[in-house]
Design a protein around this ligand. Structure first.
Ligand code: SF4
Length: 263
């Protein structure tokens, strides 16, 4: 299995970035993963064979454009964000250039994305803060990232992982659904699911876990109806919604469904 180089180089950072979201111990005590440690290792081993080098599908050219793209992706699809940002990032790939466009200039590029007015306002405010407080660089710590307008814990985790190779687990709609549906990391809130997943994802698989779970949710364990007949963990899965018990053949997937491809 191919493991990203950046994972080993940041191994020492893993412990600190497994800092769970503050969810309150009494709430989360009731929820436990339905899987043993060995089963979780086997689940992620299979994901790693299907997608040896999973990639996010949000297009970006540097850490700054990644922050903007992730912030714009709230309640929008990656494909929709990519369509809007392709032209925007060609002319504004730094905080200074984005700021020079102004709110109306940003709006003219992103008005196909939901909540675009509010998002444009946040992008401009984010650029100001990056210039004024961070020397025009995207900060690397979660504490600093969540201070940026429009950047929450999920966005911060995505940026830390994708831009800086720091292993974290960002809980989006797919990760949240899989955590609960498959009883891997049940929780009522994204923070609770993040906390549970961080307890059960084998350390050696943490770096890519976010993308494996997202892609599994997007292409197989789909929101409306999971495609259990195409699932490589169908034999292990303990979801009450499971419709098939025989695992799909364990092979590396073709590029169009591996992630990183324009769909
Ligand atoms: S078996 Fe079905 S419910 Fe379980 S992870 Fe696979 S697709 Fe999802």
């Amino acid at each position: 299995m191919a493991i990203s180089k950046s994972r080993s180089s940041t191994a020492s950072l893993q412990k600190s970035n497994r800092t769970p979201a503050k969810t309150g111990a009494t709430k989360t005590k009731r929820f436990k993963s339905a899987y043993s440690k060995d089963e979780m290792v086997e689940i992620f081993r299979r994901f790693s064979i299907q997608r040896p080098e999973p990639k996010g599908e949000l297009e970006h050219v540097n850490p700054f454009t990644l922050v903007v793209a992730v912030a714009l992706s709230a309640q929008a699809t990656d494909a929709g964000v990519n369509k809007a940002t392709r032209a925007l990032f060609q002319i504004a790939d730094t905080p200074e250039k984005m700021l020079a466009l102004g709110e109306e200039g940003v709006i003219s590029h992103i008005k196909t994305i939901g909540l675009y007015r509010n998002k444009a306002k946040n992008v401009i405010a984010l650029c100001r803060m990056l210039i004024d407080e961070f020397g025009s660089h995207v900060p690397k710590t979660r504490e600093e990232l969540v201070r940026l307008p429009g950047v929450g814990r999920k966005t911060a985790n995505v940026v830390m992982s994708m831009a800086f190779g720091i292993p974290t687990l960002a809980v989006d709609t797919h990760v949240f659904r899989i955590g609960n549906r498959c009883l891997m990391a049940p929780g009522k809130t994204p923070d609770e699911v993040e906390e549970q997943f961080l307890k059960v994802i084998p350390e050696e698989y943490l770096f890519h876990a976010h993308h494996w779970l997202i892609l599994h949710g997007r292409y197989t364990c789909k929101a409306r109806k999971p495609e259990c007949e195409h699932c490589v963990i169908a034999d292990l899965c303990r979801s009450p919604e499971k419709t098939f018990d025989i695992p799909a053949p364990l092979v590396e997937l073709p590029p169009q469904i591996i992630g990183g491809a324009a769909l």
